[in-house]
Design a protein around this ligand. Structure first.
Ligand code: MLT
Length: 406
């Protein structure tokens, strides 16, 4: 008889942002007069930049003409996009990454959940706590995480690296040796980041113990400080121990357009097995490529006009981040993040749990954020607000929270 993948049954509850979406929907239906401001999921609100719109229009027109029509995209992405990525995101920053080490996809969420497939189920993963839930959940689905302890909200076979106020929300090298290390900087959810020298320590450690770092750099466009690395390949030795995941969602507003990429250097190996051919095989077999139209839009991100327009868009969101940070700090909240990342991480007031504060804000001031405990046990007592709202809504939300005077 057919059997389901029982690993799915081990997952506690639904995906964090689905749970929040449902709660907010139900509240909205019960309170139709409420003007809800959503600063929960990190979804952008500014329209696509003009240079991207123009690239989309041209590509659509090409698809309507026999001579320029395109069918299936090349497995690993069009050369024009992979060359633009290699040149602008890597070579311009002194990183030795070539176009044929870049795999274009429909976004970093899919890539960071799928990448574990090319590793053995015996591998032990290490994650920051709190952490973007996709890293852990995808390993649960694969059957790599052991059993769940509802009391501690942890998995028996996962190595947790607590990121707390005491360590500046930066993980420390764990006592147990992991095989796969998930790192995300600038960090989702805490908005914290690490300096290049700290990242170099991780690279040296991974090379020493034979581990691989899965480095999520989805928020690199928000880095404002000069000693913070934009790519793990800025570190010496990263080509032999790191895979990097990137997204166009946050730097170019592609959350609804969908585009991302993964970098796997040719010399990266698990034991004596090269990983580049494995991911190429997986990509070729399970994926038909991001659409031509969207890849042309991605190319426009790297045009001189695109770069200018997106710099302004990032500055718009970071102005929101500053408003939230300073507004809540002046109201007595303990806040962090918001300097190199579009997320503000705040301590919940009094003895409120993360979900109590979520309910309070939703019900009393109609503002939606994300409970820190949804990202892991060390997130309890914290709350995340995103800077991706409109400026007007951001100002209104902060003012409402201040007026609530908790
Ligand atoms: C978040 O809110 O953590 C992100 O928007 C989720 C994502 O990028 O998938």
């Amino acid at each position: 008889m057919v059997k389901a993948n029982e690993n799915y049954l081990k997952l506690p509850g639904s995906y964090l942002f689905s749970t929040i979406g449902k709660k907010v929907r139900e509240f909205g239906e019960a309170n139709p007069e409420a003007k809800i401001i959503r600063l929960g999921i990190g979804d952008v609100t500014q329209p696509l930049a003009p240079s991207i719109i123009s690239a989309l229009h041209s590509a659509v027109d090409e698809m309507g003409v026999k001579e320029s029509f395109r069918g299936y995209a090349p497995d690993l992405g069009y050369e024009f996009l992979r060359n633009a990525i290699a040149e602008n995101d890597y070579r311009a920053r002194g990183c030795d990454i070539s176009a044929d080490e870049i795999f274009v996809s429909d976004g970093a969420k899919c890539d960071c959940s799928n990448i574990q497939e090319i590793f053995s189920l015996d591998n032990k993963i290490a994650v920051c706590d709190p952490v973007y839930p996709v890293y852990v959940d995808s390993n649960v689905m694969a059957g790599r995480t052991g059993s769940y302890d509802a009391k501690t909200e942890t998995w028996s076979d996962v190595i947790y690296m607590p990121c707390t106020a005491d360590n500046g929300f930066a993980p420390e090298i764990p006592e147990k040796t992991p095989d796969l290390i998930y790192l995300c900087f600038p960090n989702n959810p805490t908005g914290a980041t690490i300096k290049k020298a700290q990242l170099q320590e991780w690279v040296d450690y991974a090379n020493k113990v034979g581990a691989i770092i899965l480095y999520d750099a989805a928020y690199e466009a928000y880095i404002s400080e000069s000693d913070v690395p934009h790519s793990i390949y800025e570190c010496e030795g990263a080509r032999t121990c790191a895979i990097e995941l990137r997204s166009f969602s946050k730097n170019a507003g592609f959350t609804g357009v969908r585009l991302g990429f993964t970098v796997i250097p040719k010399e990266l190996k698990a034991g004596d097995v090269a990983l580049h051919p494995l991911w190429a095989r997986r990509h070729g077999t399970k994926y038909n490529g991001a659409p031509y139209i969207i890849q042309r839009a991605g190319e426009a991100v790297y045009s001189p006009e695109g770069k200018e327009q997106l710099k302004a868009q990032v500055a718009y969101y970071m102005n929101n981040a500053k408003y939230i940070y300073e507004g809540l700090k002046s109201a007595g909240y303990t806040v962090s993040g918001g300097v190199n990342a579009p997320y503000i991480w705040l301590k919940t007031p009094g003895k409120m749990t993360s979900w109590e504060f979520f309910d309070f804000l939703l019900e009393k001031v109609n503002v939606v954020g994300t409970p820190g405990s949804g990202f892991g046990p060390s997130g309890e007592g914290y709350f995340r607000l995103t800077a991706f709202g409109t400026y007007e809504n951001t100002v209104e939300a902060v003012d409402r929270i201040k007026r609530a005077n908790i």
